[in-house]
Design a binder for this molecule. Structure first.
Ligand code: TXA
Ligand code: MG
Length: 316
C-alpha cells in the first residue's frame, strides 16, 4: 500500500506490536536487520509483495528473501536437508540466506519467488527483526529498504530519505551492525555461493564440510534477470494482443473478455500479485498465450519486463 504518512515506530513492545499489526493488514514496514534495513511485507499476501516492488520502483521482479523467526518456521516453507540443518545450526540467526526447494502447501506468494520453485529463507539475528517476526508469526518478504538502484540503508534516516510517504512505517532501532547484505547459499542443487555477504565463504565451507560451487560471472544463477528467462513458459507468448488468433488463450488485463484476467479492474498491484500464478496456470494448458496490452507505468514496467522475457525466443 502506498501511504501518505510514514509512521516512525520505536523499538519497544508497542512499536513491535504495531509493526506486526501493519504487516497483518498487508502494509509495508521497514525494520532493521543485522545486515541492512529491510522493507517488509507479508510474504503470503501477493498484493503486499507487489506493493514492495511499487514502493522501491523496481523495474523488474527479482525473487525476494522470506524472513522467518526460527528454523522450525523455515521448515514449514522449504524442503529441509542435512546441509540446510548444518548451515542453520552454524549461522542462524545471522546474515546467511539459504535457497531451498519450496515445500508443498507453502502458501508463499509466487511474486516472492518470481515464479521459481525455490525459496530464499533467512532467520535474522537483530533483536527487533526477531521480535517482529515472532509477533507476526509468518514469513516476511524483505528486500533492502531503498529505492531501486540506490544504496542499501543502514539507518532509519536512510530509509526515510528514500521511501518517506511510500510505506506505512519505519521501525527505528539505530544503525545496522554488519552493513553488508547476507551471504546467499543455494542448496536446491549442488551447494553454491549465489551472493557473497555477511558470512565468509571459508566459514560456510567449514560448516558444510565441503567446497561450495562458485558461479562465474555470466553464469546463469548469479544474475537473477538471466535466471528468470529459464522459467519462461514452454508455450509461445504474444504481447499487446487485442484478440486471440487460432488456438491462443487470452491473459487479460482490464475490462476485456478473456480466459484469465490479471486484474479486471485494471489494477497493476493486483495484476503483479497474480502474474506468476497466471503464467503457470496458462502454461499448463499447453496452448499459446496471448496477453492484453498492459500500461508501462508503475508496476506495469516490471510486469511488461517479465512478459517480454516470457515472450522472447528460447534457446531450446
Ligand atoms: O541481508 C539481506 O539479505 C537483506 C536483508 C533485508 O535481509 N536483504 C536483501 O534482499 O539483500 P534483496 O532483495 O536485496 O536481495 C535478495 C537476493 C537477490 O539477489 C535475489 O536474486 C536472491 O536474493 N534470491 C532470492 N530468492 C532466490 C531464489 N529462489 N533463488 C536464487 N536467488 C534468490
Ligand atoms: Mg538490495
Amino acid at each position: 500500500m502506498i501511504s501518505n504518512t510514514t509512521l516512525e515506530l520505536s523499538a519497544d513492545p508497542a512499536g513491535i506490536a504495531q509493526a506486526a499489526d501493519l504487516l497483518r493488514q498487508g502494509q509495508l514496514v521497514a525494520f532493521p536487520t543485522e545486515t541492512v534495513y529491510g522493507l517488509g511485507g507479508d510474504a503470503r499476501n501477493g498484493e503486499a509483495v507487489a506493493s514492495i516492488y511499487a514502493a522501491k520502483g523496481r523495474p523488474s521482479f527479482n525473487p525476494l528473501i522470506a524472513h522467518v523467526a526460527s528454523v522450525e518456521s523455515a521448515r514449514r516453507f522449504v524442503e529441509w536437508s542435512d546441509q540446510a540443518e548444518a548451515l542453520a545450526q552454524a549461522f542462524w540467526p545471522g546474515p546467511l540466506t539459504l535457497v531451498l526447494p519450496l515445500r508443498e502447501g507453502h502458501g508463499v506468494s509466487s511474486l516472492v519467488t518470481a515464479g521459481l520453485d525455490t525459496l530464499a529463507v533467512r532467520v535474522p539475528a537483530h533483536p527487533s527483526a526477531r521480535a517482529i517476526l515472532e509477533m507476526f508469526d509468518g514469513p516476511v518478504a524483505a528486500p533492502s529498504a531503498n529505492p531501486s538502484g540506490q544504496i542499501s540503508p543502514t539507518t532509519a534516516a536512510h530509509v526515510r530519505a528514500g521511501l518517506d510517504g511510500r510505506i506505512a512505517a519505519i521501525l527505528d532501532d539505530g544503525p545496522c551492525g554488519v552493513g553488508l547484505e547476507s551471504t546467499i547459499v543455494g542448496l536446491a542443487g549442488e551447494p553454491a555461493l549465489l551472493r557473497p555477504g555477511g558470512v565468509a565463504l571459508d566459514q560456510i565451507e567449514a560448516a558444510l564440510g565441503s567446497a561450495l560451487h562458485l558461479h562465474q560471472s555470466g553464469d546463469t544463477l548469479t544474475a537473477p534477470g538471466q535466471m528468470l528467462s529459464h522459467y519462461a513458459p514452454d508455450v509461445a507468448v504474444r504481447l499487446h494482443a487485442q484478440t486471440t488468433h487460432g488456438d491462443e488463450i487470452l491473459l487479460g488485463f482490464g475490462p476485456v473478455k478473456c480466459d484469465l484476467n490479471l486484474s479486471a479492474d485494471g489494477n497493476l498491484t493486483e495484476a503483479a500479485a497474480n502474474l506468476f500464478a497466471a503464467l503457470h496456470k496458462l502454461n499448463s494448458t499447453g496452448r499459446p498465450i496471448a496477453v492484453s496490452p498492459i500500461p508501462d507505468h508503475g508496476l506495469g514496467a516490471a510486469i511488461n519486463d517479465r512478459l517480454r522475457r516470457a515472450a522472447a525466443p528460447r534457446d531450446s
